[in-house]
Design a protein around this ligand. Sequence first.
Ligand SMILES: NC(=O)c1ccc[n+]([C@@H]2O[C@H](COP(=O)([O-])OP(=O)(O)OC[C@H]3O[C@@H](n4cnc5c(N)ncnc54)[C@H](O)[C@@H]3O)[C@@H](O)[C@H]2O)c1
Length: 264
Amino acid sequence: MSDLSVKQLFDLTGKVAIVTGAAMGIGKAIANRLSEAGASVMITDINIDAAQKTADEFKALGRKVAAMKADASDPASSQQVVKAAVEQFGGLDILVNNAGIFPMSPMFDISEAEWDKVIDVNLKGLFFFSQAAAKVMVEKGMGGKIVNIASIDGLHPSGNLVHYDSSKGGVIMATRAMALELGPQKIHVNAIAPGGIRTPGASKIPNLTPEQAKAILDGMLQRIPLRRQGDPDDIARAALFLASPAADYVTGEILVVDGGYLVA
Ligand SMILES: NC(=O)c1ccc[n+]([C@@H]2O[C@H](COP(=O)([O-])OP(=O)(O)OC[C@H]3O[C@@H](n4cnc5c(N)ncnc54)[C@H](O)[C@@H]3O)[C@@H](O)[C@H]2O)c1
C-alpha cells in the first residue's frame, strides 16, 4: 500500500511547471489548478498582455507564477522559456504543452501557409518544448511529467480540420514515442484528448460564422452522453492528475475527456 495520503497524491508543493498558451482557456485553467496545488507556474503565451493579466490574477491569490511571452511554434523560444523557469523558480518538473490553434477550413481551401502554421504551433512546437524540458529533467535526474493537450480530433475527424486533425494525431503518437524513450529517466509523457470545451478560442473559431458554430455545437450536444459542453476546468482536473504523484505509474496514455462523445 502507498504511504501517501490523498492530499499528498495531488500536492505539487516545490514543483516547477511551464504551461504554454496559458493566458486563457484550457491553459489558464491548468495553470490555475497546478498553482493551487502548490507548483510555481511559468505562464507562457504569444499574447503577453493577457498572460500578464492571468499571472496577476493568480498572484493576488498568493500563488507563485510568472508570465512570459513565447511563441509555442518557435524552438528557440522553448529553450528561453525552460531557462527562465529554471532561473526564476529553481528547476523544472512539469511541462504542459497546451498552446494550439484550430482554424476550420475545407480541405480544398487549406493553403500551404495555413497547413504549416497549424502543424508548427500544434505539433512541431510541442516536440521542441518537450525536448528542451526533458533535457533539463534528465540533467536534474529527478524525473518529470509532460502533459500534452491533444484532441478527440486526433482520434476521430470532425470535418474541415484536416491540418488540425493531423497535428493532433501527431501529438498522440509523439506522446507515446516520447514516453517510450523517456520512461527509463522517470519522465512521464501523457496526453489529454479534450472534447468540445467552452473557451475563448472555441467561441470564435477562425473561418466559421456564428451560425455555423452554433450548428456544430448543437450537433455535439445531442451526441454527448453527459449532455453538456466541457469547461476548461474539466481538462485542468485531468492535467492535475497526470502531473501529480497520483499518476506515478501512468505513461504513454491518452486520457479522453469528452463527456462520452467518442463512445456515442
Ligand atoms: N476548446 C476546445 O473545444 C478544445 C478541444 C480539443 C482540444 N483543444 C486544445 O486545447 C488547447 C487550448 O485550446 P483553447 O480552446 O483553450 O484555446 P484558446 O484559443 O481559448 O486559448 C489558446 C491560448 O493559446 C495562445 N496561443 C495561440 N497560439 C500560440 C502560440 N503560437 N504560442 C503561444 N501561445 C499561443 C492564445 O494566445 C491563447 O491564450 C489547444 O491545443 C486546442 O487544440 C481545445
